[in-house]
Write a protein that binds this ligand. Structure first.
Ligand SMILES: [Cu+2]
Length: 493
């Protein structure tokens, strides 16, 4: 008994010692870094360059800390949340997310927070880059028509979220009050060809996703964490279509990815890319070869990747309904020479018939396609394809799903142009389309169907649900295929 006790005591002592050593070492290194940062000689004074997403201020080239004056103005503004949907945003600098602030480790920041006289609410700012109570919140509490000034020294490098912390905090954040502040390490960040500012956040509106008009904030939905919109850079489509970012093959891109929340954690992913580097949680630890990185609410990360293959790369929250149904999509269009060795594109499409499959009773689309001798047969065979492939999105009666998948029933888009419809089924479709007066900005993927199946399924669709009765033949499909995919609406790689 006594012996046992001794062993336990010893074991405890060594654990304590180990723990003691570890934390001592950490404390020493942290405190010495902090002292150095503060004692590096400060020189000069400058006014911070602030940018709106997706732009990032230029890298810092100084090799010394300086006094940086940040002037940030809060505005409460009605702006677009989605097509036909407006929202009263509370902003740091006039847009959501707020202005990007870039400083250097050791800088002494004199922060001026102004609240426009037209504001209805007081606001403040809590910068996660600040060491000090509230991250500046109490010192920056500012009534409409006032300006507060406070100062801090940036002790720790990293990419940090800032946000309003005025009660009710959740509501101020939900209305758009967040942004990013980058504290570059003293040695700077490795240089890259492009830097982009991407911030995810959610909106809770009285109306469902896409319901038009000026939508008020819905506190009940926010409490239940049932977001209507999950977006990058403050609105649906802020980074797609004409607003897509662009880059070139061979370039290295760094994304500063923030998450304003207020509630949801982001599973940030770029379709078709692997992050060469991720500065995990926005700090100094670099992970490599990452597919999806978690960005918590009130957190950020830096991700970096080299572009090797041209095409459109889609930024998503991989909690995927948020991407395709709530708005969390962005795009980077990459131009440059094809790199077939790295990515060939589709090189072949052949009929796949495992042994014994020829006698299947439920016809594989391809086997039956060759049999269509007339329009009626084509319609019948097309129905099979429709029920196997299209129905999941366009629905049983071709009615689609509002705001997500356009209708094929009585579709003016479909009926207006048969070649365009063929092209859509052949190549997929991205970008804005208007069908029967409603706009859709979503993605129809490349389906990879043989020409026979495309002809049959479109003939079926054209002869259902009050459409115009067109017959689409395999020759018509072949013609469109040979004409190539339309440049205006890049097909999905
Ligand atoms: Cu506020």
């Amino acid at each position: 008994m006594k012996k046992n006790l001794t062993i336990i005591a010893l074991a405890t002592a060594s654990v304590l010692m180990l723990a003691g050593c570890g934390s001592d070492r950490k404390l020493n290194s942290v405190s010495s870094a902090k002292v150095e940062a503060v004692t590096e000689t400060m020189q000069g004074e400058e006014i911070a360059v602030l940018t709106d997403a997706p732009n990032v201020p230029p890298p810092i080239t100084r090799n010394h800390p300086t006094k940086v004056i940040v002037n940030l103005e809060v505005r409460e503004l009605v702006k677009r949340l989605a097509d036909g949907v407006d929202y009263t945003f509370w902003t740091f600098g006039g847009s959501v997310p707020g202005k990007f602030i870039r400083i250097r480790e050791g800088d002494y920041v004199e922060f001026h927070l102004a609240n426009h006289p037209d504001s209805k609410m007081p606001h403040n700012i809590d910068l996660h880059a600040v060491t000090g109570p509230g991250g500046g919140a109490a010192s920056s509490f500012t009534a409409p028509g006032h300006e507060s000034v406070f100062s801090f020294t940036a002790l720790n490098p990293g990419i940090f979220v800032y946000h309003c912390a005025t009660a009710p905090v959740g509501m101020h954040i939900a209305n758009g009050m967040y942004g990013l502040i980058l504290v570059e390490p003293r040695e700077g960040l490795p240089s890259v060809d492009r830097e982009l500012y991407v911030m995810q956040s959610e909106f809770y509106t009285k109306g469902a996703y896409g319901e038009g008009g000026l939508q008020p904030f819905d506190m009940d939905k926010a409490l239940r964490e049932e977001a209507d919109y999950v977006v990058f850079n403050g609105s649906v489509g802020a980074m797609t279509g004409d607003n897509a970012a662009s880059a070139k093959v061979g370039e290295t891109v760094r994304l500063f990815v923030g998450n304003g929340g207020p509630n949801l954690v982001s599973s940030f992913h770029v379709i078709g890319e692997i992050f060469d580097k991720v500065y995990v949680e926005g700090g100094s630890f670099v992970n490599e070869n990452v597919q999806t990185t978690m960005v918590p609410a009130g957190g950020a990360a830096m991700v970096q990747f080299k572009l090797d293959v041209p095409g459109t790369y889609i930024l998503v929250d991989h909690s995927i309904f948020r991407a395709f149904n709530k708005g969390a999509i962005g795009m980077i269009k990459v131009d440059g020479p094809e790199a077939e060795l790295l990515y060939s594109g589709k090189t072949d499409d052949r009929i796949y018939q495992p042994e014994g499959s020829a006698v299947q009773t439920i016809p594989g689309a391809s086997k039956l396609q060759a049999l269509a001798q007339n329009k009626d047969e084509r319609i019948k065979l097309g129905q099979v394809v429709y029920n196997q492939v299209c129905i999941a999105c366009h629905q049983a009666e071709g009615q689609g799903i509002p705001h997500a998948f356009p209708p094929l029933a009585k579709s003016d888009y479909l009926n207006a142009d048969v070649n365009r419809a063929i092209s859509t089924v052949l190549h997929g479709l991205t970008g804005k389309v208007t069908v029967n007066g409603a706009t859709f900005e979503s993605i129809m993927p490349l389906l990879g169907l043989p020409d026979e199946s495309v002809a049959n399924v479109l003939t079926y669709v054209y002869n259902q649900w009050d459409n115009n009765g067109t017959e689409v033949t395999p020759d018509m499909v072949k013609g469109v295929r040979e004409a190539g995919s339309p440049p205006a609406q890049g097909s999905l790689h």
